[in-house]
Design a protein around this ligand. Sequence first.
Ligand code: GUN
Length: 296
Amino acid sequence: MTAQIIDGKAFAATVRGQVADHVARLKSDHGITPGLAVVLVGEDPASQVYVRSKGKMTVEVGMTSYEHKLDVDTDEADLLALIDRLNADPAVHGILVQLPLPGHLDEALVINAIDPAKDVDGFHISNVGLLATGQKAMVPCTPLGCLMMLREHHGSLSGMTAVVVGRSNIVGKPMAQLLLGDSCTVTIAHSRTKDIQEVTRRADIVVAAVGRPEMVTGDWIKPGATVIDVGINRIDAPEKGTNADGSVKTRLVGDCHFDSCAEVAGAITPVPGGVGPMTIACLLANTLTACCRANG
Ligand code: GUN
């Protein structure tokens, strides 16, 4: 069997189009423009790329983007003071602090300083608790994007067996909560899981979010299962030759070995072009939701 490709890039463009239509109506009918503030501390190259891409898409859907770039050695007190100002600013409906933060900053303290109503990442402890208890929460963007693709592909997920590989607070745990909310039978597998291939091979849905290039191979997958690959890993690709400076060219791969998984799976998300674009689309959707709730 050769898997159907779940086109996250196209789906994300549709979601962004719907967000843009709604933003245009908010502007014309109510004079309201949703605003998203993104805070980046330091100069981590991957984070800079993400922040630039988020800012560009925010403007493309008609929202206002506020970017705050702070020195790598910014004091915790200064960062918290900025968050207080953004919490109090009525033009800012969503606040995102790009992670990881430099080591001297307490990530939990910083995230929990964000007004939960503006926490478009869904990382604040109140939103984590609301999601875990099935209440109306801001839902983390990456797992939300995965759920939307699964619902789009399958319709109802009720009664399906799902295995989430990875137990991070950002993806693994909220993904498991969302799948449970859609009445899947959910297992979280991780680095200490015994016979992990046996566990994943029982699943109708495998979500891989471990940050290890191409770890999940075709023999981990039940024939016909749906594979959602959250990983974005850059690996050396000597077959592509070298750059002008003599360094080896690289390529992006997921946490799943695409070719072998696609041989067995019924459907699979590619990397790039799968989960990544959906994450940003969901960030914009969350910002719109926060703006609508703030304005009754
Ligand atoms: N770093 C990697 N992924 C994310 C994310 O979804 N949100 C934030 N704030 N930082 C990240």
